[in-house]
Design a protein around this ligand. Structure first.
Ligand code: CA
Length: 230
């Protein structure tokens, strides 16, 4: 195995689909809300756009379907309705293996950050409930911090800046192709965990350095992974 010469100081976790099993609800809420406004977005396609800002997704579908940008009013209404719809669903539970992995990482004295395109306050607040003491507000990058969102490298570059880390001091954990693209564009070592319905190839083609089929598998392989890859 080739060492990637990483002087590991921090792990940057994406949130939806990595820490919380929230993606099935996001996909459903996107599909349902877009349909209400006359836009076609299947549940599976929602997984392909995972990580984009809400306005980015709405604009892309509007361009494709009507050849124009969405209006600010459309974006506001659709994103508000999508969030309302999402919040009628049961509270997403943590992804199996996530808390166990975080505890291993904490024991090593590493910093843990969350880097998400999400602007869902409900989920961001629930991080503390399910992962007590793991995340600090000043070490989070959310939809409120970034202008471009994933797949742009901005969210991960901002995480480096917020945490005061260099590129070779962190690794990223992502579940979505655009999230992997974002982390790779920022020049970071990226672990993909395939917790959704997409094919592994989609994540590998996005540039993932390593792929696990679940967070539990990543957690169970943590020691070996660290030794062989970093
Ligand atoms: Ca995600």
């Amino acid at each position: 195995m080739i060492s990637n010469n990483i002087n590991l100081k921090a792990i940057l976790f994406d949130m939806d689909g990595v820490l919380f099993n929230s993606m099935p609800y996001h996909a459903e809420a996107w599909h349902k809300t877009m349909k209400k406004y006359g836009f076609d977005l299947s549940r599976e396609e929602a997984y392909m756009h995972e990580g984009r800002t809400g306005s980015g997704t709405i604009n892309l579908i509007c361009q494709r379907q009507y050849g124009r940008e969405a209006t600010p009013q459309e974006i506001e209404n659709i994103y508000k309705d999508k969030s309302t719809e999402f919040n009628t669903y049961p509270n997403p539970l943590p992804i199996e293996g996530a808390w166990e992995l975080i505890q291993k990482i904490k024991k090593m004295g590493l910093t843990i950050m969350v880097v998400t395109g999400s602007g869902q306050l409900s989920l961001i607040d629930r991080l503390e409930h399910h992962f007590p003491g793991a995340f600090r507000k000043n070490l989070m990058v959310t939809a409120f911090d970034v202008k471009f969102g994933k797949p742009h490298p901005e969210p991960y570059l901002m995480a480096l800046e917020k945490g005061g880390f260099k590129k070779d001091e962190v690794i990223v954990v992502e579940n979505a192709p655009l999230g992997v693209e974002s982390a790779k564009a920022a020049g970071l070592y990226t672990v993909a965990v395939n917790t959704g319905p997409l094919a592994n190839d989609v994540l590998l083609e996005a540039g993932a350095d390593t792929l696990f089929s679940s967070m539990q598998e990543f957690c169970d392989s943590w020691e070996t992974f660290k030794e062989e890859q970093l």
